[in-house]
Write a protein that binds this ligand. Structure first.
Ligand SMILES: Nc1ncnc2c1ncn2[C@@H]1O[C@H](COP(=O)(O)OP(=O)(O)O)[C@@H](O)[C@H]1O
Ligand SMILES: [Mg+2]
Length: 274
C-alpha cells in the first residue's frame, strides 16, 4: 500500500487548496489527507487543514480534520507539522443552514472563513480547506457556497498575475464586509503569487461523469480556478465501469472553454480504511 497516493501533486497547486466534491461521501476527507501527505513530501513543513463547517458532530467527537490528522500521521507526516481548525461545528448531519437553525446559532459569514484561512496562510506554507458536501451546498446565511469561498480566497490571496491584497480588503471588495468598524485593512498578506487552487473530488462509479461535469460547470462559471479532479476512492480491482469512467475523466470534454485534468486517485483502503 502506497503511503503517498497523490505523489508530488501539491508542488503544482497553490499555497491554499480548496477541496470540494461532486457529493458528500465521495472521499474529500481522504483526498484532503492525501494532499497533506503530498504537501509534506514536496517540502511543505507547516500545513494547516481547515473545515469551515463541520456538521453532524457534537462537542468533542472527532471531525473530518481529526480524520485527516490520523491518516496523515499514519502516512508519516509528523503531528507538529499539522494544524487543524474548524470554523464552526453543528450537531445535525445536514447542510449548514438547517443544521444551524436546529442548533439555534447563526452561521459564520463567509468573510470570517476567508480571514481565518488568510491568517493560517500567514503561518503555514500549505492550507487545505475541505468544504461540506458538494459544490453548491450553502455555507453561510447569505446563500454563499464553497465556490464563493474559493473565489473570495483567490481575490484575498492574489490571483495568478494579480496584485496581492489584504484578506480583509479583498473581502470588502467582494462585498462581504459591510459594517464600518470592519473597514480598516488588517492581516496584510505579503505573498507573491500566493495562489489558490481548487480540487474536485469525484467517485469512480456509475453517475460520476454527469456529476463531475455538472460540478465543473458550476465551479468554472463562478470563476473558480479548478486545478483538476481527484478520484476519492479508487478500487484495488476496478471493474469495467470504473476503468471506463477513469479513462473518460482523464480526457474530459472542455468545460467553459477549459480542459480540466484528472490529477490522481486515492486507493480505496488507503490509511487502513475498509
Ligand atoms: N480512499 C479511501 N479508502 C477507503 N475508504 C474511503 C476512501 N475514500 C472514501 N472512503 C470511504 O467513504 C467514506 C466517505 O469518505 P470521506 O472522505 O469521509 O468523504 P467526504 O469527505 O467526501 O464526505 C469514508 O468514511 C470511507 O468509508
Ligand atoms: Mg469529509
Amino acid at each position: 500500500m502506497t503511503t503517498n497516493p497523490l505523489g508530488d501533486l501539491v508542488a503544482s497547486l497553490g499555497h491554499a487548496v480548496v477541496v470540494t466534491g461532486t457529493d458528500t461521501d465521495v472521499g474529500k476527507t481522504y483526498a484532503t489527507a492525501a494532499l497533506t501527505v503530498s504537501g509534506w513530501n514536496v517540502g511543505r513543513r507547516r500545513i494547516a487543514v481547515y473545515k469551515p463547517q463541520q456538521t453532524g458532530m457534537r462537542g468533542g467527537e472527532p471531525g473530518d480534520v481529526d480524520d485527516v490528522a490520523r491518516l496523515a500521521r499514519a502516512a508519516g507526516v509528523p503531528s507538529e507539522a499539522l494544524t487543524t481548525a474548524e470554523g464552526q461545528r453543528l450537531t445535525e448531519p445536514m447542510a449548514p443552514p438547517p443544521a444551524a437553525a436546529i442548533d439555534g446559532v447563526e452561521l459564520l459569514p463567509l468573510s470570517e472563513h476567508v480571514m481565518k484561512i488568510v491568517e493560517l496562510q500567514e503561518s503555514h506554507d500549505l492550507v487545505i480547506v475541505e468544504g461540506s458536501g458538494g459544490v453548491l451546498v450553502e455555507l453561510d446565511g447569505d446563500r454563499r457556497t464553497i465556490a464563493d469561498l474559493a473565489v473570495a480566497l483567490q481575490e484575498a490571496c492574489g490571483e495568478p498575475g494579480g496584485a496581492a491584497q489584504t484578506g480583509r480588503a479583498a473581502a470588502e471588495t467582494s462585498g462581504q464586509l459591510s459594517s464600518p468598524e470592519t473597514s480598516e485593512p488588517v492581516n496584510a498578506v505579503e505573498r507573491d503569487g500566493g495562489t489558490v487552487s481548487t480540487v474536485l473530488v469525484a467517485r469512480p462509479d456509475l453517475g460520476t461523469l454527469n456529476h463531475t461535469l455538472l460540478s465543473l460547470e458550476a465551479l468554472l462559471h463562478r470563476g473558480v480556478e479548478v486545478a483538476g479532479v481527484v478520484l476519492g476512492s479508487w478500487p484495488a480491482d476496478p471493474d469495467r465501469l470504473a476503468t471506463s469512467n477513469r479513462e473518460y475523466l482523464a480526457d474530459l470534454p472542455p468545460v467553459a472553454g477549459r480542459r480540466v485534468p484528472l490529477l490522481g486517485a486515492v486507493p480505496r483502503g488507503w490509511g487502513g480504511a475498509a
